[in-house]
Design a protein around this ligand. Structure first.
Ligand SMILES: *Cc1c(COP(=O)(O)O)cnc(C)c1O
Length: 386
């Protein structure tokens, strides 16, 4: 496949298969996996990954964040269930119905609004969100009776088919005692709603609360579905808390060396003259910058791998280029630098970069920009670039 070998991301489908299977084995057969493929598969490339999950790994359920993402999956031939976890303007209700998409319902008034945009005989599939402590979306009340009562109203709406009910856990990735208790309380609250509805003769077909972290750290027995996101891509939900399965990260970020030169002590490098060479040194310019999603916050701090060795970024990361200290490293123009991923025995993870500038691996991979081609690799062979 043809793509510009300036800066690119390699996406390893085999790693995704490995992570999927390892997670599936851990959580057991009783819990179905819904692959969370929002934000272009966390920056990895949904058009390549989702058909692979569906056709080769047998995944039947997917979750996205909005209707555009759902539409793109349908356009690329995805047949399985697609749940939109986030907000869709109610006036798009009919489009949702026509695409056979499942919409998350945020609260009772929204359910009514959706109905207002659906025609006779149209039945939109929905999962109702229950707010158990994330305070983001979902029916929000301290009272289980009130939540159950809103649920019953939604269940009675002829234009909606309530296929599921779910909650989202906000500290499932923490082993702090208070957080563990909080997570338990969130799960209990959801289950109390389930019980209350049962008393009223209503059973919700699919009740779910697991995200990646909850599936590895918490009670997974009462969730009909696991909404598997970050672990699918081989990143940890919490970089400082080990997971009981071995993960393989699916993404590597690479770029070419544009120029190598010797500079003298006292020469300054990049915008703002923040880096002044403390000694004579060898400097390489790499063809990647913050417009590719390699954060400017890594200026002077990040490291990259070149020919198996670590090189520290010198001065500010520019829009399309960055410089690094390659003193003592055997490197020439056109060589390949690794910004995320393995080179030789060393590896730079998205989590390592995230820690430098105070974010999480999720944001690092989601931030890799559109102009970076995703080179899809399967069984060690490049199959396409998107
Ligand atoms: C993004 C998201 C997930 C997936 O979370 P991970 O931590 O990536 O597994 C699950 N559920 C909801 C509601 C989400 O928004």
């Amino acid at each position: 496949m043809d793509y510009l070998k300036r800066a690119w991301a390699e996406i390893h489908l085999d790693a995704i298969a490995h992570n999927y299977k390892a997670y599936k084995e851990l959580i057991g057969d009783g819990t179905e996996i819904m692959c969370v493929v929002k934000a272009d598969c966390y920056g990895h490339c949904d058009r390549a990954i989702v058909p692979y999950l569906e056709n080769e790994l047998g995944v039947r359920k997917f979750a996205v964040s909005n209707i555009e993402e759902a539409q793109r999956l349908r356009d690329s031939g995805v047949k399985g269930d697609i749940l939109i976890l986030g907000y869709t303007p109610p006036e798009a209700a009919r489009r949702l119905f026509e695409l056979d998409i499942i919409q998350a319902v945020t609260e009772l008034p929204y359910a009514k609004e959706l109905c207002g945009f659906l025609g006779d005989g149209e039945k939109l599939r929905v999962h109702v969100a229950i707010d158990t402590g994330m305070t983001r979306i979902g029916i929000h009340s301290e009272s289980i009776d009130e939540i159950a009562s809103d649920m019953l109203s939604i269940l009675s709406m002829p234009a909606l088919s309530v296929e599921g009910m779910f909650t989202h856990l906000c500290v499932a990735d923490s082993d702090d005692e208070g957080d563990v208790e909080y997570t338990k309380a969130q799960i209990e609250k959801l289950m109390s709603v389930v019980d209350k509805l049962k008393e009223r003769g209503q059973t919700i077909p699919c009740v779910h609360y697991l995200n990646s972290a909850a599936g590895v750290y918490h009670d997974r027995t009462r969730s009909d579905l696991a909404r598997l996101g970050i672990i699918l891509y081989g990143l940890m939900p919490n970089a400082s808390l080990p997971v009981p399965i071995k993960l393989e990260s699916a993404l590597s970020l690479k770029a070419r060396v544009a120029q190598v030169k010797e500079i003298k002590a006292g020469e300054c490098v990049s915008y703002g003259r923040t880096f002044v060479a403390p000694r004579d040194m060898k400097l390489a310019t790499i063809a990647i910058g913050y417009a590719d999603g390699y954060s400017r916050l890594l200026s002077g701090k990040g490291e990259i791998l070149i020919n198996g060795k670590r090189a520290k970024i010198a001065g500010r990361v520019c829009m399309d280029q960055l410089m690094c200290d390659v003193t003592g490293i055997d490197v020439k123009a056109n060589d390949i630098a690794t910004l995320i991923g393995k080179d030789g025995d060393d590896c730079i993870t998205a989590d390592e970069l995230a820690a430098i500038y105070g974010t999480i691996g999720y944001e690092v991979v989601c931030g890799i920009s559109k102009r970076v081609p995703r080179v899809i690799i399967k069984d060690g062979v490049e199959i396409t670039a998107l």
